[in-house]
Unconditional design. Structure first.
Length: 591
């Protein structure tokens, strides 16, 4: 890996073809493979744009979902390879992409230093040899994919028998592809999915211990990593990376911990990393031996972190102090048109927005808190429909159907059908007007993410069909509020590596302080919503949450003096903010 960061998955479509745009520069990124309809349309778009032959895989075809996913991933692999080889074959002339490849590298990279030396070299023979060496060391970025464990609609045959599920079909599509990369499993544990992985040889090592298909687990804490790692090791499946993500200071769905903060979580990984890996190796060794496999050496396990990182100092401190292998930078790349799919209107709105415009909502049909943007066109459409007395959305893709409260067949809580049925039932309860409006707000807050999270890509690429909705849902993490502007890929990467400062003049707290503040607000909101029906279980939960936050504060008090890549003024400001938040945490009243 020649870069120290990756671009995580960004919604369904915002990073769906990001690998096509950045992998040729050695940058790894993650594309969602939840929506096979989107992938098929994007495959058609890219092939026809390049004058290549596109052969449709119709939905009616047997196993069409897996085939569409595999075809899209194979196309990305082919196109990335073509672009990479083209760059690699270029001469080092002014304006050539090969120079951009090396310019993007961090200054600490030995390859970057060799490039700088080559530019200065006067001896033509030696210069040529250095150029050959540079080209030999060039690497493509990984085309990684994301599967949300919770997005796993069951699929049935004509006889009504369960035959497969959406997550399993997505995994099969990845396994069928020729990619040499990783699948990132996020949003919790899915034992059926883990068992299904055992069916594909690419997840097992060759004699040299190499894996063609790797597993990355997105985790919230050490315990979750160890439990899931053991579960997979028992099946002969190795976790190549544990990707730690902040529970609240991230984009998309927000899986909050019970007040367990990022700093202490990273500390636990740092202290127990080697013990965990040895424990997993013992289980893994027995399992692959039982399967008749032998390896010369075990695959590696990396640890990375993502969520709310905003400056090069934060990035380098996390890497160095916690001995991490990489960091993830997500939401800021939504402001980089070269890398992601954000339509112009949404991009303009994001640039003009401030901190108050990004909030954690209950708009996801999954029932999981969801990072939302107050001025998205999807949110505007939701309010318009509500005002017209027609809440809810048409449900066509059905990826998030799960509710059987009123119907035998699961339906989506964002659908017009469900919201109408639920509101009728609510009226029958004869609630007071205040109570009714409060409950109605909870019901009608849900929006269609299946459509809303892909619309931006269709608009940006001129792919929107007649009568298709133009409403865009977007789910940046709160950290995006500090980035105001449209940036080039080179500018954003320059910011990550400290070559330029895109946040110059911006008032922004440290990543740990920002997360602590988010958790405090989250807890206060939860307490406020629970005052009417407090019980012993809730009181115990709030007390534990409060104590975990306090434990985090104590940890940060000891950590701040260790942040040696910041000024004394910065550390003092961080301590002052920490003490202010500590006072608020202690002042919480829920008894």
């Amino acid at each position: 890996m020649i870069h120290s960061f990756h671009i995580p998955v960004l919604g369904l479509s915002f990073s769906v073809d990001t690998p096509l745009k950045v992998a040729c520069y050695g940058i790894s990124s993650v594309a969602s493979i939840v929506d096979d309809i989107l992938l098929e349309r994007m495959r058609k778009f890219h092939l026809e744009k390049l004058g290549k032959t596109y052969i449709e895989i119709p939905e009616s075809e047997s196993d069409s979902r897996s085939k569409r996913i595999a075809a899209y991933l194979n196309m990305m692999d082919d196109l990335v390879d073509e672009k990479f080889q083209h760059i690699k074959n270029e001469d080092f002339e002014t304006g050539k992409e090969i120079n951009k490849y090396f310019r993007l590298l961090p200054d600490t990279s030995p390859l970057k230093q060799l490039y700088a030396d080559m530019l200065e070299e006067k001896d033509l023979v030696l210069k040529f040899r250095m150029q050959v060496s540079l080209k030999e060391q060039m690497q493509k970025g990984a085309i990684d994919v994301n599967i949300m464990a919770k997005v796993d609609k069951l699929n049935f045959n004509k006889e009504g028998e369960e035959i497969t599920s959406d997550a399993l079909e997505a995994l099969r599509g990845f396994a069928m592809s020729k990619l040499d990369s990783s699948v990132v499993i996020s949003a919790g544990m899915n034992q059926r999915l883990y068992a299904f992985m055992e069916n594909f040889k690419d997840f097992y090592p060759n004699e040299a211990g190499e894996l063609q298909k790797k597993i990355i687990l997105k985790v919230s804490d050490y315990r979750s990593a160890l439990v899931q790692g053991k579960m997979l090791a028992k099946k002969g499946l190795w976790v190549s990376e544990f990707r730690i993500e902040s529970g609240l200071n991230c984009g998309g769905h927000a899986f909050a911990t019970e007040g367990y903060l990022l700093g202490p979580i990273l500390e636990e990984f740092k202290q127990k990393r080697e013990v965990m890996i040895e424990e997993l190796k013992a289980i893994y060794s027995k399992s692959i031996t039982d399967k008749g496999l032998e390896v010369a050496q075990y695959p590696q396990t990396k640890i990375s972190v993502q969520g709310g990182i905003g400056t090069t100092q934060e990035d380098s401190f996390l890497l160095d102090y916690y001995q991490l292998d990489a960091t993830g930078w997500g939401s800021p790349f939504l402001l980089v048109p070269e890398a992601t799919n954000v339509d112009n209107n949404t991009l303009d709105d994001l640039i003009k927005a401030d901190k108050q415009d990004f909030y954690i909502s209950n708009s996801s049909p999954l029932g999981v808190p969801f990072n939302n943007f107050r001025f998205s066109s999807m949110e505007k459409l939701r309010l318009e429909r509500l005002e017209k007395g027609r809440p809810g959305s048409p449900c066509t893709k059905k990826y998030l159907v799960s509710n059987t409260e009123f119907t035998k067949e699961p339906i989506c809580t964002a659908s017009r059908k469900y919201q109408n049925l639920k509101l009728k039932a609510l009226k029958a309860e004869n609630l007071s007007e205040t109570e009714y409006e409060a409950e109605k707000g909870k019901i009608t807050e849900k929006v269609c993410l299946c459509e809303g999270l892909v619309t931006s890509a269709y608009i940006k690429n001129g792919m929107l069909k007649p009568k298709e909705s133009t409403a865009v849902a977007i789910c940046p993490g709160p950290n995006i509020a500090y980035f105001s502007g449209e940036f080039t890929l080179e500018e954003m990467i320059g910011h990550i590596y400290g070559k330029i400062d895109l946040l110059k003049g911006k008032e922004r707290s440290n990543v740990f302080i920002n997360e602590l503040r988010l958790y405090l607000e989250y807890l206060k909101k939860d307490i406020g919503n629970s005052l009417k029906d407090l019980n012993d279980k809730k009181l115990k939960y709030f007390s534990k949450f409060q104590q975990q936050l306090q434990n985090g504060v104590e940890y940060y008090k000891n950590l701040i003096p260790m942040i040696n890549n910041q000024t004394e003024m910065y550390r003092q400001k961080m301590m002052d903010e920490l003490l202010e938040l500590e006072s608020k945490i202690r002042g919480l009243n829920f008894t």
